[in-house]
Design a protein around this ligand. Sequence first.
Ligand code: UT7
Length: 326
Amino acid sequence: MTYIRSQIVGCGHYLPSKILTNDDLSKIVETSDEWISERTGIKSRHIVAEDESTSDLCFHAAENALKNAGISASEVDVLIVATITPDNLTPSTATKVASRLGVQAGKPAFDISAACSGFVYAMTLADNMIRLGQAKNAIIVGAESLSRITDWTDRNTCVLFGDGAGAVVLQAQEGKGTIEDRGILTTKIYSDGAYYDSLKTTGGPSTTKSTGFLWMNGKEVFKFAIPAMASSIEAVVEEVKIGLEEIDWIIPHQANIRIIDGVAKKLDVDSEKVIVTVANQGNTSAATIPLALSESVASGKIKKGDLVVLTAMGAGFTWGGALIRF
Ligand code: UT7
C-alpha cells in the first residue's frame, strides 16, 4: 500500500538587518544587559525597518526555501502563513506573499493565528492536505514583526521579542508508513482558552477597534510552558513508538533559555541535542522554529535522516509538537 509522507525538501529564513541589543534597550527602559541575559538568555534581536512589513519577511524566507528545494513558485499548491502580525487584518498576508512569489492564481493561500504555536499548527494543516492528496507542494511560513505591537515603555515585555521569518517547502513523497520514512511522522496540536487573558494583545478590532500591545502574565506563561512543551514531545514520540533517546534534535520554541533548559531537564535529554537561537533573535513567535530549523540545516547541524522533534507553546494557550525524519 502506498503511504504519502510530507517531506521537507527546502528551508529558508530571513532576518531584518537592524539589530537591537540589550544595551540599546537599557537606554529606553529601566533594565540592564545583566537582567535580560540572566532571566531570558537574550542578548539581541532583529527589528524590521520602517518600510518593511511581515509580508516582506515572508517573501524573502519563502524565496530562499524554494531555491533550497529547487522548485519554482508555479509548482506550489498551497501557501500558509502563521503570524499574529499580518500586514493588514484582511486580506491574509499569505495571499500577498503567494502573488509576489509567483504562485499560480487559484491556489489556496491563508493565514493562521496560533501565536507561538503557529508554525506547528501550519505544519499540521499542510501535512493533512498533502496526505489527503489536496496538495503536492506546500510552503509554510512562520513570520512576525512583533516590534510593531510591542509597548516600548513596558520593560516586562519589550526586552523579549524580535522580528524574523522562516519557511519550509513540504512535498508529497511515497513512504512505507514506517518510522524509517523521511518526512513528517506525526504532529499533535492543542489549546485551552481558559488562559485566553494570560498572554494577549491589549486590543483587537471587535473589542477596542485597535491592535493594542503585547501583554502577558509572565510567571503564568512560564509555569505552563515547560510541562506543555515537554508533554507534546512525549506525545509525538509515544505515538510512533520510539524512545526519546532516538531523537537527534529538539527544536523548541525560543522564548526564554530557562524554559528551554527546563524542558530538556524535565525530559532528561542531553542539552547538546537542543537547538538554541534565542540569544541573538529573542522570541519571534511563529518564526522561532522555522528560523532555527533553517539555520541548523544550513550550518550542517541537521542532516538528512535525522529525527527532529519540534515543540511550541503560546497565546491561547496553544501548544503542540511535530516529529520529523529530516
Ligand atoms: O512565547 C511564549 C510567550 N512568552 C514566554 O514564554 C515568556 C514566559 N515568561 C518569562 O519568560 C518570564 O516570566 C519573564 C522573562 C517574562 C520574567 O522573568 P521572571 O523571572 O518571571 O521575572 P518577574 O516577572 O518575576 O520579575 C522579577 C523582577 C520584578 O521586580 P520586583 O517586583 O521583584 O521588584 C520585575 O519588575 O524583575 C523586574 N523586571 C525587570 N527588571 C529589569 C521585569 N522585567 C525587567 C527588565 N529589566 N526588563
